[in-house]
Write a protein that binds this ligand. Structure first.
Ligand code: SF4
Ligand code: SF4
Length: 294
């Protein structure tokens, strides 16, 4: 079972909830992987600093970066015409140049150049690291600094690692914030969705956007809402609850708790921290029960 943990905005507590769900599943003896696909800013490892992690494997995700050999180029312009990203340009005195930040690595230019003037060249665009811990395994995808196509990397990982994910009973995917193409790709490749929101005006506005995406593209299926820090603003929490009820979405509330802040700062998952409030612990077991039906 693949579970996407999504949240409209950063700072809602999405990663903490993803980590603690992974912990809860592993305590139920289910073989669990947490996949950190917030590739611009992965921070799952920060939330489990107290757990010993062992790096098992590291892989590069490569992308095509065409190299232009101007000595072979006859300036026919075919590559410029076919480039879907407008990443090639003809500059007087320089010939054809590549605007690297626009190139999506599709390879069309290599195919159309009959002079052999565009050569295939691969560079790392992201690193995928795989760790083991005593509780669950961790996969972290991280963009190489300077690259911006996070959705391409996220899609490559969720689709390219499908067989690897299938070796686990449960894969909890920590998604990037927002409703962008990367989140869409994760939702498309997941069985269940946990939407994390909070009772703030921005939290509600982003929650509405996520609900629209889920309803329009995924028919609201398999979704559970977590209202984090619910005691911070009772009236906005009530507003979120009303929205959930109108959309027939199950929800749980996690009260604001000093324990959660402490566990975040110290990198101790709540579900293994002995001082965690019983009420908070029960929320995680209740989410898991709602996800699994048992
Ligand atoms: S298709 Fe090849 S030969 Fe034509 S302009 Fe592009 S690089 Fe030059
Ligand atoms: S690889 Fe694709 S996107 Fe990049 S320059 Fe070539 S045609 Fe354009």
């Amino acid at each position: 079972m693949k579970i996407a943990v999504v949240g409209g905005k950063g700072g809602t507590g999405k990663t903490i909830i993803a980590t603690n769900l992974a912990c809860t599943f592993s305590r139920r003896k289910e073989k669990t992987l947490i996949a950190d696909l917030d590739v611009d800013n992965p921070c799952v490892l920060n939330t489990i600093k107290c757990i010993k992690t062992t790096l098992v494997r590291e892989e590069q995700v490569l992308r095509l970066k065409p190299r232009i050999d101007s000595s072979k180029c006859n300036l026919c312009g075919r590559c410029i015409q076919v480039c879907p990203e407008h990443a090639l340009a003809l500059i007087p005195d320089k010939g054809v140049i590549l605007i690297e930040t626009l190139c999506g690595g599709c390879g069309c230019c290599v195919l159309v150049c009959d002079q052999g003037a565009i050569v295939e060249n691969y560079v790392p665009e992201a690193i995928v690291r795989y760790y083991s811990t005593e509780f669950f395994d961790v996969l972290v995808g991280e963009l190489v600094p300077g690259y911006r196509r996070s959705y391409v990397i996220i899609t490559k990982i969720v689709e390219g690692y499908r067989d690897f994910f299938n070796k686990y009973d449960v894969v909890v995917i920590d998604s990037p914030p927002g409703t962008g193409a990367g989140v869409f790709s994760i939702l498309k490749n997941s069985d269940k969705v946990v939407v994390v929101t909070e009772p703030t005006p921005v939290g509600i506005s982003d929650f509405v956007k996520l609900l629209k995406l889920l309803e329009k593209k995924f028919n609201n299926k398999k979704t559970i809402v977590v209202i984090n820090k619910s005691t911070l603003n009772e009236s906005l929490t009530k507003k979120i609850e009303d929205m959930c009820n109108r959309n027939s979405l199950p929800y749980v509330k996690i009260p604001y708790s000093e324990t959660i802040v402490y566990s975040y700062v110290k990198g101790i998952p709540l579900t293994i921290y002995e001082k965690t409030d019983r009420e908070v612990m029960e929320v995680f077991y209740s989410i898991v029960e709602k996800l699994t039906g048992k």
